[in-house]
Structure formats: C-alpha cells, structure tokens
Design a protein around this ligand. Structure first.
Ligand code: NDP
Length: 512
C-alpha cells in the first residue's frame, strides 16, 4: 500500500548476488553440518537469495563448546599477555576496515538496512575492536598493603572462561563487536551464534579472525536457530557465561536455562525509550532527533525513540512538525545511497508491527501518519510506512511494549512529576532523553529517569568509552567502556602471609 506525500526510493534494478555459502567455524576448521542440513536467507527488500548456510544441530554446538573449553583450559589465548592480545585485536580492526564494503553489502542484503548506514556500522565496529585492544593492556586488579605487617592482599582479574555469545539480526556485526573483542581482550574463549536471519557477516568476521592469527578453537561460530543451538549454548555445563542481545522474552528464558549451572548471564534486551520535550526546548533540533530516533534502522533498534512525551502546550505543534518531517525521510531500496530507511526484516515482523498499530487505533489512538505496510516501486511490500500515532494513553500496548518498527507514539504531560512517572511507567529501562534549554530541568530528569542511558538535548549518541545497558527488564550487565571488559573478568582474592607470624590455632605444647 502506498501513501501520499512520502519520499520513496524505488528499486535500482535487481541486485546481482552470488549467494554466500556460510559454514560453521569449529576448532579452527570450516565445516558444514554432519547431517548436511542448510537454511537460506533471502533479502527482505529484493527477494533474492543472499545466503545458504549450514544449519547447526546438537553435534555442531557441542563440538564448538568442547573446542572453546579446550582452547581456554590449555591457555593458548588466556595465558597470552595483554600486549599480544591487543596486537591481534588491532590486526582484526584493520582487516574489518579492509573488508568494509563486502561486509556492509551482505549486511544490507540480509538485514534490509540502508547501505550507507551499514558502512557506518562496520566502521563503528572496527573502532570497538581498537578500543577493546586498548583495554586488553589494562587488565589489572588491586593490591592491599594495609592488612597488617604480616599480610599482603592481591585481587587478581582473570578471564571468566568460555562465553556463549548470542546475537540478534538488527545490528549483526556491530552487536557481535560489542561483545567478542571485549571477551577476547579479557582472555576468554567463545562460541558465537548469529541470528538465523543474518548469519554471513559473523562468518566473515570468523574469516578475519583466522587471517589475523587467532589460535584455533578460541572463537567458534555455530549457525542455526535458537532451538537447538542457542538452547545448548545456554545450558551446557562447559560454558561459564552467556551474553545475549535480543528480545526480553528470550532473555528471561536464558536466565532460567542458565540457572541450573549458575552461569553468569549478561543481557541487552528491549526498550520503550521516551524523549521528553519541555516547552523551552530547541524544537528544530528536537523534531529532527525524534524523526531520527524512531526511523533509524526502520525502528528495529533497542534504542529506538519509540515514544515521545510532550508538554501539552507544544504537543500539537510538535506532532505537526514531526509528521511533516517524516514525509521527507527517504524510504526504499537499501542499496541506494540516498535511502535512510530500508525493509522490515521479515513478513512476520511486519505483521507484528502492523498489529500494534491496529490495536492502538482500536483502543482509541489517532493515526496522524502512515499506519500500514508500504509498497516501494519495484520492490514489493516488505516495508512499513512512517507512522505517527497520537492520543496514546499509558495503558495501551503501543505505549508499553516494544514495537520494533517505524512507529512513534505521542503522549503528553503537564508537570515534571508526570513526565517522570510516564517515563518510569514502562517495564523497560534502556534509554531516555530530555529536551530543555534549562540545565536544571535536564539534570533533574537525568537523575530521576530509571534508564541505563539518558541523553540531554540529543539522541542515540554512542561511544566505545561509554557503558551501555539497561535497567529493569531491559537487561543486566553493561557493554562498552571499562565495564564492558569487566563483565568478562572473574575476581580472585589472594591473601599472602609474610613470615611465620600467625598465632597457632592449636598450641603444639597443649596437653592432650
Ligand atoms: P530473539 O530474542 O528471538 O532472537 C535473538 C537471538 O536469540 C537469535 O540469535 C535467536 O536465534 C536466539 N534465540 C532464540 N531463542 C533462543 C533460546 N531459547 N535460547 C537461546 N537463544 C535463542 O529475537 P527475534 O529475532 O525473534 O525478535 C523478536 C523481538 O525481539 C523483536 O520484535 C524485538 O522486539 C526484540 N529484539 C530486540 C533486540 C534488541 O536489540 N534488544 C534485537 C532483536 C530483537 P534465531 O532467531 O536464529 O532462532
């Protein structure tokens, strides 16, 4: 279905694609599945076959875990110096730069995201490998020299061990790079499972790790589905930690699955992230950030600014301006440099987005723009219209749940208390933003918002140095920054007696 007044980028012709043959990387060897099973990925925008991948089962997953366990336990990576680890991570970053175009194109074809954005993501990922390399040389604990003259205390930081890394489809290469280089910097071994919708770029990363000289077995990649691959990665006793990005429902399941073996679990889950606008805000900047926040990556983004909470005095003016600017956002062929919003990842996901919008309208919300699947000339209908839903009340599902599409909910407030209450009403707590010219307003909001990240007069900036993660049902643990490294480190206490000064517990001369 089309809609009047949108800015569409039609197909530039069917892309010529040589399907990528993706295989598992286990103990340093590229291999298919023992039973020969495969699965295919078609480009959601173009409908062409992009990838034919080996479909892992229990045999491949268990072999990958065994390889990681052996690699960790014999110290082939965990006992290397920080300098050696850093040198290899830097080499990987350079190789990512070299392969940027190839990775970006496959990412675009598999995920449906615009090519310009895919390139920026690959650049950002290379930066994370460089940052993690710097951290690799800073792994250090504490010393306690004030425990008394006969005692010295050491706190050692050690790699946690074998880590299962389970990634989603929305930023496949970037999210893998928010986890893997930090795990490697710490000295861990890993088994990585990309989403079955976006397997190829993780396989290319595996190729680059091999080329960079990472010892066999330190990183293993198993392709396939949550069942059985992901499930085994979260239950096998040889795994010490699971780090997962994806839906809150699967995240909760992983916590339960990991409980019998008490694995550490780090989770980056969903969000229902508000931008709060006070009347003294710079509305030009705020409206642009709202449009960016909701349509970036077609809204398939844990940090999507999927709801705005606007002061009543400016709500109508802001909504009108957001609608007008939304019409100028280029939706269409992800391979076109001009496109800002590409395809929705799957028909099932598009149906889920649509169901949220229909549910809101049925509950009394008002469609100000869009609200239906979108036909792009020459590409079919695997897209969704830019959608603005006003008159949303806090009880509606669209105000509380993660839509993960290009859909903005508009809510209103009168006082700071109301704005904070609406912000914190969601079960999620990933990120939040505040727009005001008054620094006191911004700071009060930042301190009272229950969110892992708060932006003031900005949206979705991210830096390798700054930790990222969620409160409440948005997750546990942090990625990036020093905290991103700490997640993969165990703490060991060493207490050393100096001299033989300890008074005996039992006196040797005691009668008895
Ligand atoms: P999922 O959470 O289902 O998938 C994320 C990853 O977990 C995939 O690799 C998936 O495998 C794997 N997985 C699935 N089930 C299990 C399991 N039982 N044990 C271990 N791993 C498992 O996300 P979806 O792709 O289904 O997306 C659904 C919703 O999740 C979206 O609509 C969105 O709301 C949210 N989401 C949030 C993301 C975020 O960044 N926070 C990212 C992606 C989704 P596979 O899919 O290959 O079977």
């Amino acid at each position: 279905m089309g809609v009047e007044g949108l800015t569409l980028v039609g197909a530039r012709g069917a892309p010529v694609v040589e399907p990528f043959a993706a295989r598992h990387l286990i103990a340093g060897a590229w291999q298919g599945s023992a039973d020969g099973a495969t699965f295919e990925r078609l480009s959601p925008a173009h409908g062409v076959l992009v990838t034919r991948a080996a479909k892992g089962g229990a045999a491949e997953t268990e072999a990958a875990i065994a390889a990681a366990r052996a690699a960790f336990d014999d110290g082939r990576w965990s006992e290397r110096s920080g300098k050696e680890r850093a040198t290899l991570l830097l080499r990987v970053a350079d190789l990512i730069d070299r392969e940027r175009e190839r990775i970006a194109r496959i990412e675009t074809l598999e995920a449906g995201k615009p090519i310009a954005q895919a390139r920026a993501e690959i650049e950002g990922a290379a930066d994370l490998w460089r940052y993690a390399a710097a951290l690799a040389r800073t792994v250090a604990g504490d010393s306690h020299n004030s425990l008394g003259p006969d005692m010295l205390g050491l706190v050692l930081k050690e790699p946690i061990g074998v880590v299962s890394i389970i990634c989603p489809w929305n930023f496949p290469f970037l999210i893998a790079s928010q986890k893997l280089p930090f795990a490697l910097a710490a000295g861990c071994a890993a088994v990585v499972k990309p989403s079955e919708m976006t397997p190829s770029t993780t396989v290319i990363l595996g190729e680059l790790l091999v080329e960079a000289g990472l010892p066999a077995g330190v990183v293993n990649i198993v392709l396939g589905y949550g069942q059985p691959v992901g499930a085994i990665m979260t239950t096998d006793p040889r795994v010490d930690m699971v780090t997962f990005t994806g839906s809150t429902a699967v995240g909760k399941g992983i916590v339960a699955a990991a409980a019998p073996t008490l694995k550490k679990v780090s989770l980056e889950l969903g969000g229902k992230n508000p931008q709060v606008l006070f009347p003294d805000a710079d509305l030009d900047a705020a409206v642009d950030a709202i449009v960016f926040g909701v349509y970036f990556n077609a809204g398939e983004c844990c940090n999507s600014g999927s709801r705005i909470i606007v002061h009543e005095d400016i709500a109508e003016a802001v909504t009108e301006r957001v609608v007008a600017l939304s019409r100028k956002v280029t939706f269409g062929d992800p391979l076109d440099e001009a496109t800002k919003v590409g395809a929705i990842v799957s028909p099932e996901h598009r149906a889920k987005i649509d169901a949220y919008v229909r549910g809101a309208v049925a509950a009394g919300a008002i469609l100000r723009l869009g609200g239906a699947p979108l036909e792009v000339p020459g590409l079919g209908g695997q897209f969704y219209q830019p959608t603005v839903v006003a008159g949303v009340t806090p009880d509606m599902a669209i105000a509380r749940e993660e839509v993960f599409g290009p859909v903005l909910s508009v809510l209103t407030f009168r006082t700071m208390e109301e704005a904070i209450a609406l912000t914190n009403a969601a079960a999620y707590g990933l990120s939040a933003g505040v727009w005001s010219a008054n620094v006191h307003t911004c700071l009060e909001f930042a301190r009272r918002a229950r969110a892992g990240t708060v932006w003031t007069n900005s949206w979705m900036d991210g830096f390798a140095e700054m930790p990222f993660g969620g409160m409440k049902e948005s997750g546990q643990g942090r990625e990036l920054g020093r905290y991103g490294l700490e997640e993969f480190l165990e703490v060991k206490t060493v207490q050393m007696r100096i001299g033989r000064t300890r008074a005996p517990w039992v006196a040797p001369s005691a009668a008895g």
